[in-house]
Design a protein around this ligand. Structure first.
Ligand SMILES: Cc1cc2nc3c(=O)[nH]c(=O)nc-3n(C[C@H](O)[C@H](O)[C@H](O)COP(=O)(O)OP(=O)(O)OC[C@H]3O[C@@H](n4cnc5c(N)ncnc54)[C@H](O)[C@@H]3O)c2cc1C
Length: 491
């Protein structure tokens, strides 16, 4: 797209995000690609999310089991389920993958936090497949997602780490070492037998594929924490319940039940015991920043409804004529600016890191092999073998350095807790100032208040994220270690 045909919204975006404006000088095509993504999200909001958000929220309070598949089918047209899938596989993820994700979720969540999460949770599920370099599954699972999306059929993924007895504990190595883990994936011939439960899994009840972390020995969770690919339809696997949620209701939080589920060796992503790095820290290093963007989007939506309320006459006068309301609006605007700086600081850094790997000619050359060979069983077996995984591992270690990944985790945790707390305070202030008189805008802000709370909880509570920032940046005791290749005793 040439700069001369950039839309009004595109020009506004460059003004709203000065960092993008500056980058635009050097990389018009890349930045205008990002603007295109935000425009798609805005169109989806106008046509799909906004017309149904309030009604859906109310319906899901009465019927928490209900799921609006239509909004997901509509999302296919906008290709939102390919946001984290590399371009070489037919997806949309390019050198601005993290930033693209963050900008899209801000936009979607400005209309509805729940619908935004339903879409974003899928990419969180995809992320471990990508980050673990599990290329054997790229040609099957990721290919299926892309191809079905083009036909309007959402094939969804989810990411499951939380267990009933361990939430915060599974997101930090120090806590995981002493966590009381309930679910176990015991080694058996040809794979693993899994028994136990995962809980609060966003999109878990709709996902066809789930990336899941589990201990292969519950008495040594830190050493044996492993990432698996679970497929709906595996015998003994079910999703028996969804929660009645306070906010972000349009996305289910599901319980996953494993009753003697057999998971074959081929479905271990990376090596057994690598879960803490490729299963959690690397994923959180990429995804916590976009959670800051989710919070910012919800807060922005509340700000816009608050502004509309303030401009409307009530009892012969407009709230906006009062200085206290104008000052509140200025404070809210400042918060949105600060938040955008925080999450963009993380996402642009994340892109710089991942770009090393995913746009490198060495990586791209792997896709010059014809797809019929890449999708063949012998090729998948090769990639899934001890040596195949080792090779991919070496490349990952070459492109993504531990210290850069640790820095990314620090920035992600900072963006997550600061944006979420700022957003919570913004929405809370808006609701207080609007008083108790019912109005259409107040309904939206009340929903935003319930929606935004969750951003302080998932992807690690804000307390945990504060500790993560302290441990990485201040104390220097937490380091992300990209798993090493060719581990002794691991096959
Ligand atoms: C709606 C929803 C959707 C979710 N989606 C997903 C998902 O898709 N996938 C997934 O795997 N998980 C998901 N989660 C789980 C979420 O990440 C956890 O709820 C979160 O990690 C907290 O774990 P917990 O609920 O067990 O709380 P706990 O770990 O029991 O924490 C309770 C409180 O104690 C504090 N605390 C705990 N330990 C410490 C400590 N050492 N120091 C200081 N404070 C501490 C916590 O900050 C928190 O305030 C979701 C949760 C919700 C509510």
């Amino acid at each position: 797209m040439a700069a001369t045909v950039m839309s009004e919204r595109g020009r506004k975006l460059l003004r709203d995000f000065p960092a993008l404006g500056a980058l635009h000088e050097h990389d018009r095509k890349g930045i205008e690609g990002l603007i295109g993504l935000v425009e798609r999200a805005a169109e989806y909001n106008r046509d799909v999310a906004l017309p149904r958000a309030l009604e859906l929220d109310e319906r899901m309070e009465r019927e928490p089991d209900y799921f609006d598949w239509e909004m997901m089918r509509e999302a296919c047209k906008y290709r939102f389920f390919s946001l984290a899938i590399p371009e070489v596989l037919g997806g949309l993820a390019n050198k601005y993958m993290v930033t693209g994700m963050a900008l899209v979720v801000e936009e979607l969540c400005s209309a509805c936090g729940g619908i935004g999460l339903a879409i974003a949770a899928h990419s969180l599920g995809v992320a471990p497949l990508i980050a673990s370099g599990a290329m054997a599954h790229w040609e099957t699972v990721l290919h299926e997602i892309v191809e079905e999306e083009k036909k309007g059929n959402p094939v969804l993924m989810a990411y499951a780490i939380t267990e009933p007895s361990a939430g915060t504990d599974v997101e930090e190595p120090e806590f995981l070492a002493v966590a009381r883990i309930g679910l176990e994936a015991k080694r058996v011939k040809g794979g693993y037998r899994v028994n136990g439960r995962k809980c609060f899994i966003s999109g878990g009840s709709e996902a066809k594929y789930i990336t899941m972390t589990a201990a292969t020995d519950r008495s040594r969770p830190l050493e044996t924490w492993t990432t698996f690919l679970v497929e709906r339809g595996m015998e003994g696997f079910s999703t028996p319940r969804v929660e009645l949620k306070m906010g972000q209701r349009a996305c289910h939080a599901a319980e996953l039940l494993f009753e003697d589920v057999f998971i074959p060796h081929s479905h271990v992503l990376g090596y057994e015991g690598d879960g803490i790095a490729n299963g959690i820290l690397i994923i959180m290093a990429a995804s916590r920043g976009p959670v800051g963007a989710i919070a910012t989007g919800i807060a922005r939506g509340a700000f816009e409804h608050f502004l509309a309320w303030a401009r409307e006459p009530a009892n012969g006068k407009k709230p906006i004529d009062e200085d206290r309301i104008r000052m509140a609006l200025a404070d809210m605007y400042a918060v949105l600016e600060e938040n955008r700086g925080l999450y963009l600081g993380h996402s642009l850094g994340g892109d710089a890191l991942f770009r090393n790997a995913f746009t490198h000619p060495l990586f791209l050359s792997a896709f010059m092999i014809p797809r019929r060979i890449r999708a063949s069983k012998p090729y998948a077996s090769l990639l899934n073998s001890y040596y195949g995984k080792g090779l991919v591992n070496i490349l990952f270690r070459y492109f993504i350095k531990d210290e850069d990944a640790t820095d990314m985790l620090a920035k992600a945790s900072l963006a997550k807790f600061a944006c979420a707390d700022n957003a919570m305070a913004l929405v809370s202030r808006a609701l207080e100032l609007m008083g108790t008189t019912p109005s259409p805008q107040r309904r939206w802000v009340e929903k935003a208040y319930r929606d935004v709370k969750l951003t302080q909880i998932y992807e690690g509570t804000n307390q945990l994220n504060r500790l993560a920032l302290y441990n990485t940046e201040i104390a220097g005791t937490l380091k992300v270690e990209i798993p090493g290749p060719f581990k002794k005793g691991v096959r």
